[in-house]
Design a protein around this ligand. Structure first.
Ligand SMILES: C[S@@+](CC[C@H](N)C(=O)[O-])C[C@H]1O[C@@H](n2cnc3c(N)ncnc32)[C@H](O)[C@@H]1O
Length: 241
């Protein structure tokens, strides 16, 4: 099984999890989050939906409220986030949360899900891991089921190809702006739109949409990016063939 991203521990830190902004605030700040929420299923009957890497569970909670006749599951590896999620989730009968590694969701039967989604939760180290992960997701989805996700990556300012050094390392090259000069790799894996589409195809999905949003300016408030790249947030829609 591919290694779980090594910065995962930060999501078990109460200070990090408790200071996460609300969904309303995030919708306000981030057009992709807004799009994601506004276009998510409503009033569906008998569907099973999974929030992969659900964090504090606000997306799952929103889906459960707007689809009272469907079952919503949120999974995560962070006990601290799950504790927060369960407190909210306890109020809705059609919502549950489970401690699960997205690479190994054995407790979910194959072909049992209608819709699965992941917001900023897909952290892999290699393109092969992306294919492995998408194959696992494809196995859990019913035929015709949908998969939507948002992830961060970078692209070269003058084209879609990643610069050579990043091509080799694949961590997102960001320097903490005020607090530190030490470069660190955001856990998100740098990948191109083509690699994502390819991994989806290899796993049995048809990619319906990839939309990139340049978030460099927003991020540069807190972080410093290399000059030759843009930070892009991708929103991707796919269907299980
Ligand atoms: C940046 S947070 C996003 C949380 C939530 N989706 C949101 O948008 O608010 C990433 C989440 O992915 C979870 N995660 C990372 N790797 C995971 C894995 N292998 N299995 C399950 N959850 C994972 C982390 O614990 C964390 O809660």
């Amino acid at each position: 099984m591919p290694e779980v991203a090594n910065l995962l521990f930060q999501y078990n830190d109460d200070v990090v999890t408790k200071s996460y902004p609300s969904l309303a605030q995030r919708m306000n700040d981030d057009p992709h989050i807004k799009k994601f929420v506004q276009e998510s299923p409503v009033n569906q009957d008998g569907m099973v939906m999974l929030d992969i890497g659900c964090g504090y569970g606000q997306f799952a909670y929103h889906l459960a409220l707007s689809n009272p006749k469907s079952e919503i599951i949120g999974c995560d590896l962070s006990e601290s986030f799950l504790e927060m999620a369960k407190m909210e989730g306890a109020r809705l009968a059609n919502l549950r949360f489970a401690l699960m590694n997205m690479f190994n969701m054995t407790e979910l039967p194959d072909k049992s899900l209608d819709f699965m989604f992941a917001t900023y939760a897909i952290h892999v180290k290699h393109q092969n891991d992306l294919t492995t992960l998408f194959r696992h997701f494809a196995a859990k989805l019913k035929k015709g089921g949908s998969f939507r996700f948002i992830l961060n990556t970078v692209k070269a300012k003058d084209g879609v190809a990643l610069p050579d050094e990043i091509e080799q390392d694949r961590g997102i090259p960001i320097t903490l702006h005020k607090t530190s000069k030490t470069p660190f790799n955001l856990v998100d894996f740098c990948c191109t739109e083509e690699e994502i589409t390819q991994a989806l195809n290899n796993a049995g999905f048809k990619c319906l949409m990839v939309e990139g949003l340049d978030t460099s300016e927003k991020m540069n408030g807190d972080f410093k990016l290399r000059n030759d790249v843009l930070l892009v947030e991708l929103i991707v829609d796919a269907i299980r063939q």
